[in-house]
Ligand binder design. Structure first.
Ligand SMILES: NC(=O)C1=CN([C@@H]2O[C@H](COP(=O)(O)OP(=O)(O)OC[C@H]3O[C@@H](n4cnc5c(N)ncnc54)[C@H](O)[C@@H]3O)[C@@H](O)[C@H]2O)C=CC1
Ligand SMILES: CC(C)CC(=O)C(=O)O
Ligand SMILES: [Mg+2]
Length: 352
């Protein structure tokens, strides 16, 4: 079959890690006899430099004309003094909104050979960790009205309507049904009105999923529980900002933020992106971990292209390389072999 893939490297380490995903896609093409037509598009800081906007029209068009989209990351110190609407990060927020990508799946898995790369004690991780954060991605405080008043007061409005909560809650329960049938809905309903709506709607939706065990947790407690008892979780369902923060925290349990892929999905399109940012502190040094982006490509094959075997082949290749003791700097420990970004990619490609 023939598929169109839009690739948006973005800024900082985006170029290095996305190149890794492209090599993996090409290996899948060769091995499984598919045709992937890959087109590159600008987003973020590079788009500001080349087109004067963080999200050019042609990028949106190209994304809408593809079967799968890969994104690196956006942002960096070069653009940090720009106004909110003009910043690289707006490009990412706007493409999510434009494509209706309201579900963000962020699986956090502790791979057996990486147990000792986790900052948590082995007894806390126990048999292993395999959780999935289902984050609402196109609503909440990142998209609410914002501004600075005459007296200098700055504000960002956090609001959700019933429909927005309902559709992401459905995705949360559907995800739980395919996994361990346990869902923890994370909110701040002891303080926030929008969270009280969230909790009420989640309870309503839960009636359609009697097999799923549902519990509720305040976000401050959830942040703590992830550190003292992370294996209690199966699916965490939460709103945009809480999911953003909790997934960075969960990523460290797995050894590094460079390990966590994500799928940003709507009714029509799918965009696949690592959860981390553009890491300007390590950009251009061949030390970034490409695994999060490569595993994001695996999610693209599974979720957007109906190619589960190809997705699993990538995951297995990543596991093999980790089992062989190959590590980028962020997950390197004594007795493992330190490699750069490019070598990590080559070894994963070789094992597909
Ligand atoms: N999805 C996106 O495009 C995101 C963009 N950003 C942007 O990225 C820029 C940097 O933000 P930070 O807060 O520093 O977050 P970051 O996620 O870029 O980096 C945080 C820390 O993790 C490390 N790190 C990140 N990815 C890594 C990888 N693949 N391998 C090894 N180490 C890795 C970095 O070196 C840094 O020490 C900012 O402009 C921010 O707005 C931040 C988060 C998400
Ligand atoms: C707009 C992004 C910078 C938000 C973010 O950090 C993320 O989606 O992980
Ligand atoms: Mg984030």
């Amino acid at each position: 079959m023939e598929y169109r893939v839009t690739v948006m490297p973005g800024d900082g380490i985006g170029r290095e890690i996305v190149e890794g995903a492209v090599k993996v896609i090409k290996k899948i093409e060769e091995k499984y006899n598919h045709k992937f037509n890959i087109n590159y598009a600008d987003i973020g800081g590079i788009a500001i430099d080349n087109h004067g906007t963080p999200l050019p029209e042609e990028t949106i068009e190209m994304c809408k004309n593809s079967d799968g989209i890969i994104l690196g990351a956006v942002g960096g110190p070069k653009w940090d003094s720009l106004k909110g609407e003009d910043r690289p990060e707006r490009g990412l927020l706007n493409i999510r909104k434009e494509l209706g990508l309201y579900t963000n799946l962020r699986p956090a898995i502790v791979y057996e050979p990486l147990k000792n790369a986790s900052p948590l004690k082995p007894e806390i991780i126990g048999e292993g960790l395999d959780i999935c954060i289902v984050r609402e991605l196109t609503g909440g405080i990142y998209f609410g009205e914002k501004g600075v008043k005459e007296d200098g007061t700055a504000y960002d409005v956090l609001s959700y309507n019933e429909e927005e909560v309902k559709r992401i809650a459905v995705k949360g329960f559907e995800t739980a049904m395919k996994r361990g049938k346990k869902l923890t809905s994370v909110d701040k309903s002891n303080v926030l009105e929008s969270s009280r709506l969230w909790r009420r709607v989640v309870i309503e939706v839960s009636k359609d999923y009697p097999e799923v065990e549902l519990n509720h947790m305040y976000v401050d407690n959830a942040a703590m529980q992830l550190l003292i008892n992370p294996t209690q979780f199966d699916v965490i369902l939460t709103m945009n900002m809480f999911g953003d923060i909790l997934s960075d925290e969960a990523s460290m349990i797995t050894g590094s933020i460079g390990m966590l892929p994500s799928a940003s999905i709507g009714e029509k399109y799918g965009l696949y992106e690592p959860i981390h940012g553009s890491a300007p502190d390590i950009a251009g040094q061949d030390i970034a971990n490409p695994i999060a982006t490569i595993l994001s490509a695996a999610m693209m094959f599974k979720h957007s292209m109906g190619l589960p075997e190809e997705g699993t082949a990538i995951e297995k290749a990543v596991e093999k390389v980790l089992n062989d003791g190959i590590r980028t700097r962020d997950i390197h420990t004594d007795s493992t072999k330190l490699v750069g970004t490019e070598e990590m990619v080559s070894l994963i490609v070789k094992n597909i």
